[in-house]
Write a protein that binds this ligand. Structure first.
Ligand code: FES
Length: 186
C-alpha cells in the first residue's frame, strides 16, 4: 500500500526520523568523486525513506533488476557491474542503480548489455548510457546523465536512500505523491 508523501512527513515528524522526504544535501556529501560529465548544474541529492530494493546474494555480475523508487511507477535498474566504480556499494563496490527513464524524452529502457555496462539502446530513439561512468550518455540524442539512485548495503540487503539529478518528467524530485513502501522482503 503506497505511503503518501504527506503521510510520511507526518509520520516522520512524530517518530523523529533521521531520513526524510524533502531533505536536500550537497552532492559532495555523498558522492565525493562524482563528476557530471555533461556539466549538469544544480547538483543536489533528494533523500527519501529507505527502501529495500535488492539482495547482494541474489544479484550476480551482469544482472539487471528493475524496481520502483521513490514513487510507485517510477522505474529504476539495479546492476552489479563486476568492477569497482565511484559510489558503487557492496563487498566489491560495484553495485549501482539508476533511473531507467531515458533523459531524452523519458522512454523506459529495459535493455542492459553487461559486457559494456550499457543501458540501452532506448526503444524510442536509440540513446544509450554507461552505468559504469555515472550514467553518462554513450550514444544518441540524450544530453544528460541518468538520474542516480543512492544506495547502501546493510547485511544482505541493498537499500535505496535517495535520488541524485532530476527524475525524468519531474520539475522537482520531491513533487511525487505515492512513495514506495519500505520493503524488507526483497
Ligand atoms: S526517448 Fe530515449 S532516445 Fe529519445
Amino acid at each position: 500500500m503506497p505511503l503518501s508523501r504527506r503521510d510520511f512527513l507526518l509520520a516522520g515528524t512524530a517518530a523523529g526520523a533521521t531520513i526524510g522526504v524533502g531533505v536536500l544535501v550537497p552532492l559532495g556529501f555523498v558522492l565525493a568523486d562524482d563528476d557530471d560529465a555533461n556539466g549538469a548544474t544544480g547538483a543536489s541529492l533528494a533523500t527519501f525513506p529507505r527502501a529495500r530494493v535488492g539482495s547482494v546474494s541474489s544479484l550476480g555480475v551482469g544482472d539487471a533488476q528493475f524496481f520502483d523508487y521513490p514513487y510507485e511507477g517510477t522505474p529504476n535498474v539495479l546492476v552489479k557491474l563486476g568492477e569497482r566504480v565511484p559510489g558503487g556499494v557492496g563487498p566489491d563496490n560495484d553495485i549501482v542503480a539508476y533511473s531507467n527513464l531515458c533523459t531524452h524524452m523519458g522512454c523506459p529502457i529495459t535493455t542492459y548489455e553487461a559486457d559494456s555496462h550499457t543501458l540501452g539502446p532506448c526503444p524510442c530513439h536509440f540513446s544509450s548510457f554507461d552505468l559504469s561512468r555515472d550514467g553518462i550518455v554513450g550514444f544518441g540524442q540524450a544530453t544528460q546523465n541518468l538520474a542516480r539512485i543512492l544506495l547502501e548495503v546493510d547485511g544482505d540487503g541493498i537499500y535505496a536512500l535517495g535520488v541524485y539529478r532530476l527524475i525524468y518528467g519531474h520539475a522537482d524530485n520531491l513533487a511525487g505523491e505515492d512513495l514506495v513502501v519500505v520493503s524488507e522482503g526483497v
